[in-house]
Design a binder for this molecule. Structure first.
Ligand SMILES: [Ca+2]
Length: 352
């Protein structure tokens, strides 16, 4: 019938051709519908269980998709947390780097200053005949910046060269430091030989050495002790007369003429006593004070101050009697944060 109709359309116009094509496409479209109908009739013939099966399959598919969604959400939450922690870690590192950079710049500047001071001190000795005996001599030569200097070897006095730390500011300046506690990494529980020769680092914590101190006190000297506690308060004690004897007399201490605001003269108790270390008990006690107080010092029986004791940090500083103590200010079990012992000649005159 289609063929017949199409034969007629050859003689008809273009509009009838279109009609023919339209009819044909309708016929073609109908064909698959018929096939589908036949198939579904076949499936229905299998009974009602298939409907349950279909529902179950749908439920399983739904649950699977729900599980997938949950797992994706979980994963994305975890990734977010991980990213945030990485972000925090990075910003912490940036801050740390900046801090390190600042610290290294400061230390570099300090290093340059120290080199300039050393060069200046060396130049002085090359151009003058007078010995550079201590920091007060340097001060008189117009070196008024606090820091590390090198005292040159002196053939006439028979003294070796020596690195010293000069305080050119406190109460007129000109001070040669003989001891400092401020960082706490250097142990002061040392033997006789180490206390004799000196130990530690001149830029940090150190003991200048009993032999050097003895040499420096051969001219009439003043001793000054600067103290700082963990609250940032400072005190000082000054002795208008200070000297120590030689090694044969156990570097015995002589001090007098106290002045200051340190709450009391906590070095007087140690006046006229020998120096003791952990391997040399020269104290006035049946006990071994150097062993008990863990330092080298002019121990009596045993202490009213223990400036070479154990460095305790904040929080640990008020528990032991072997700390860096000054009884007149904070008692027998408060370890100080910072100490400087320094000396200069009695005839020192501060300049403006
Ligand atoms: Ca003893």
């Amino acid at each position: 019938m289609l063929k017949k109709l199409c034969r007629h359309t050859i003689c008809l116009g273009l509009s009838l051709v279109l009609f023919c094509l339209d009819t044909a496409s309708t016929q073609i479209a109908k064909a698959p519908k018929k096939r589908t109908g036949t198939q579904s009739e076949g499936s229905l013939a299998n009974g009602g269980c298939c409907e349950d099966m279909r529902m179950l399959k749908i439920q399983v598919a739904n649950l699977t998709s729900l599980l997938g969604e949950l797992s994706r959400k979980h994963e994305s939450d975890w990734i977010n947390i991980h990213l945030k922690s990485m972000e925090l870690e990075n910003s912490k590192k940036v801050h740390e780097d900046r801090l390190l950079e600042a610290e290294s710049k400061i230390s570099e500047m300090n290093g340059r200053l120290e080199i300039m001071q050393l060069q200046a001190a060396q130049t002085v000795t090359q151009t003058t005949a007078d010995a550079i005996y201590d920091c007060s001599t340097l001060y008189k030569r117009n070196y008024k910046i606090s820091g590390v200097y090198k005292l040159p070897k002196d053939e006439f006095l028979g003294t070796p060269d020596l690195e010293v730390h000069c305080d050119m500011e406190t109460n007129g300046g000109g001070w040669t430091l003989i001891q400092r506690r401020k960082i706490g990494l250097t142990s002061f529980n040392r033997d006789w030989k180490q206390y004799k020769e000196g130990f530690g680092t001149i830029r940090g914590d150190f003991w200048l050495g009993n032999e050097n101190i003895f040499r420096l006190t051969r001219q009439p000297s003043v001793l000054r002790i600067d103290l700082e506690d963990w609250e940032g308060e400072t005190r000082y004690a000054e002795y208008g007369f200070f000297t120590i004897s030689n090694e044969r007399n156990n570097y015995k201490l002589f001090i007098s003429n106290y002045s200051g605001n340190a709450g009391g003269d906590s070095l007087r108790y140690h006046n006229n006593t020998n120096f003791s270390t952990k391997n040399k008990d020269n104290d006035k006690c049946v006990d071994d004070c150097a062993q008990l107080r863990k330092g080298g010092y002019w121990y009596n029986c045993c202490t009213d101050s223990n400036l070479n004791g154990v460095f305790y940090r904040y929080g640990e500083h008020a528990k032991s009697t072997d700390g860096i103590t000054w009884y007149g200010w904070h008692g027998s079990s408060y370890s100080l944060k910072r100490v400087e012992m320094k000396m200069r000649p009695q005839n020192f005159v501060a300049q403006n």
